[in-house]
Design a protein around this ligand. Structure first.
Ligand SMILES: [Zn+2]
Length: 563
């Protein structure tokens, strides 16, 4: 009896060893039933999702509460990213994060505003001492919103460990109704070895799935030989939601022995960009569908891969039979299984590997500089995950830098010779990404004499562009000479059609006013309750600068009954 209990305990430990965490410590940060629009580890652009996206009834302004006792350890206000975010450090070492807030509550809001006025900046990073803003579990800390890089009202909620690594908040005892198993959208085979094939094809191929019963699929018997791997496109759905969420765990077995085990319990922000190595990036860029590869290639240190045998690759021998099984799980334990029978068969390869061999070779483990026309491209060590042939050529002011189908892990530097431009024109130049339509998208560019350079995170077509058009400023809720006594806010629309907004500064009667910038609506908002105004007659001055230094000064006069 005792032995079998021990054995069971041991097996469950190695088979499903979730981190040990408190499951009754944190409470729900909203006082409504929890529905999620995003799960932990979900596959996003260039990162794994680091928290839960909690639905807020399609609106802003729901009260947000501290999930446990602690103190506000960090406040971050950014135009992009997390928007208005708040971090609480708890005595047990975990940090909870609340992002995309509409505003902070009470004393916290006052504290932030004071610092923003002091620094004369909307964007701000604060690290208050423990004694400044202590909180108790359930205290009102802010209101849910849609600030920063948020695609609709919701609360982004994170739990981080003592090393600031995001953890799956579901581990902490959050209960959600979910009886829908993960949905598999595609199974793919990857012949890897030089002489390997799958169904006599040396290229990646999609394998047709045959449903046996709900949650269980099989495939026709595959003929293969050599080193191969599999990849899977899968999503999860939650009850009461229509979102395509991330799955929690994918395991694969070859003849009942674990081949690969990926689990979204915890990761670090340092490794999140390796998602571009983990998924089939080219497939994603072409099809907008993310295949998770159930094998570990070079330059993939991801810690979400908790177990693997032979890096998840299969070595299929001629004449032998194998059973390969993939199981996809959501956090509630709902499971979808795929059984892949494989028969080892040497044979004439019918479809050879189609490889494009471009002339430029860039190595993963060496720095490389390439000169093309007036451009110099510098690849640092580790810019690429693997050595690659690239198609790089320049024509006039434009450089074709391969295609955004090969991922860049580290940024590369593009430097252009701009000596043929008149000195006074150089100031307005920038490097832009050529898109399907519209002006080239500004890439942070630096000018130094006759050189213009930019740091690029993606391949694509780039050009030297010029922006001589200053930003546009349009009042939203007032006009020259208006009485504004009944208005709570002063709203101005700012827009720049080329290089984009870089900075703005507003004053009333010479005094700085805090204007909150929402890039999605291109709006600057001043809250009259900040009480900067003391006079009836008010001169508003707003200066807006774009990324090449063109500036617009907007001045107007309005009236407001003094408080
Ligand atoms: Zn989120």
């Amino acid at each position: 009896m005792r032995n079998s209990f021990f054995l069971f305990f041991f097996l469950s430990l190695i088979g499903f060893a979730q981190p040990t965490v408190p499951t009754d410590y944190f409470s729900h940060p909203l006082d409504i039933t929890m529905y999620l629009s995003g799960t932990f580890g979900e596959l996003r652009n260039n990162h794994f999702h680091s928290g839960l996206d909690i639905r807020t009834q399609q609106r802003e302004g729901l009260p947000v509460f501290a999930a446990a006792d602690g103190y506000v350890s960090r406040i971050n206000v950014q135009h992009f990213g997390y928007g208005k975010a708040l971090y609480i450090l708890h005595p047990n070492g975990y940090t909870t994060v609340y992002a995309h807030l509409q505003k902070y509550a009470g004393e916290i809001e006052e504290y932030v505003k004071k610092q923003q006025y002091h620094k004369e900046s909307y964007e701000i990073q604060l690290y208050p001492e423990a004694s400044v803003l202590p909180v108790k579990k359930g205290d009102l800390i802010g209101f849910s919103g849609n600030t920063g890089g948020s695609g609709g009202p919701h609360l982004h909620f994170e739990i981080r460990d003592g090393a600031q690594r995001p953890m799956n908040p579901m581990l902490f005892g959050i209960e959600l109704k979910d009886d829908i198993p993960p949905i598999v959208n595609g199974l793919y085979a990857y012949p890897v070895g030089d002489s390997a094939h799958v169904n006599h094809n040396q290229n990646k191929s999609k394998i047709r799935l045959v449903k046996i019963k709900d949650g269980t699929y099989t495939t026709e018997r595959i003929e293969a030989v050599g080193k191969i791997g599999f990849g899977i496109a899968a999503i999860d759905r939650l009850n009461g939601g229509t979102n395509q969420n991330g799955v929690y765990r994918i395991t694969s077995q070859l003849n009942a022995k674990t081949s690969f085990d990926v689990r979204f319990d915890r990761f670090s922000f340092d490794e999140t960009r390796y998602i571009n190595r983990y998924i089939d990036y080219e497939h994603f860029r072409i099809n907008r569908d993310r295949i998770q590869k159930l094998f570990r290639e070079s330059s993939n240190p991801l810690s979400i891969i908790v177990e693997d045998f032979n890096d998840g690759f299969l070595e299929i021998q001629d004449t032998l039979d194998y059973s390969y099984t993939i199981s996809v799980l959501d956090f509630a334990g709902n499971e979808t299984t795929i059984i892949v029978p494989i028969h080892g068969k040497k044979g004439d390869v019918m479809i050879p590997k189609s490889e494009k061999k471009w002339t430029d070779v860039v190595y993963a483990n060496y720095a490389t500089s390439l000169t093309k026309g007036k451009f110099l491209v510098y690849f640092p060590i580790g810019a690429l995950y693997e050595d690659a042939y690239l198609e790089i050529n320049a024509q006039g002011d434009t450089i074709h830098l391969h295609k955004d189908e090969v991922p860049l892990h580290k940024s590369i530097t593009l430097t252009a010779d701009i000596s043929q431009y008149a000195a006074e024109d150089r100031e307005k130049l920038y490097i832009g990404l050529i898109r399907y339509r519209g002006a080239p998208r500004y890439v942070p560019s630096r000018r130094s004499g006759e050189k213009l350079s930019a740091t690029l995170r993606n391949f694509g077509k780039y050009t030297i562009a010029q922006d001589v058009t200053p930003p546009r400023v349009t009042p939203v809720n007032f006009s020259e000479g208006k009485w504004m006594s009944n208005e709570s806010f002063l709203k101005v629309r700012i827009d720049d059609s080329e290089s984009g907004i870089s900075a703005y500064r507003a004053t009333i009667n010479g005094k700085f006013i805090l204007m909150e910038y929402e890039y999605k609506t291109k709006t600057l908002t001043y809250d009259f309750s900040d009480n900067v105004i003391q006079d009836a007659e008010n001169n508003l001055k707003l200066v807006v600068i774009d990324n090449t230094g063109n500036s617009t000064t907007f001045e107007t006069k309005f009236y407001r009954k003094p408080n």
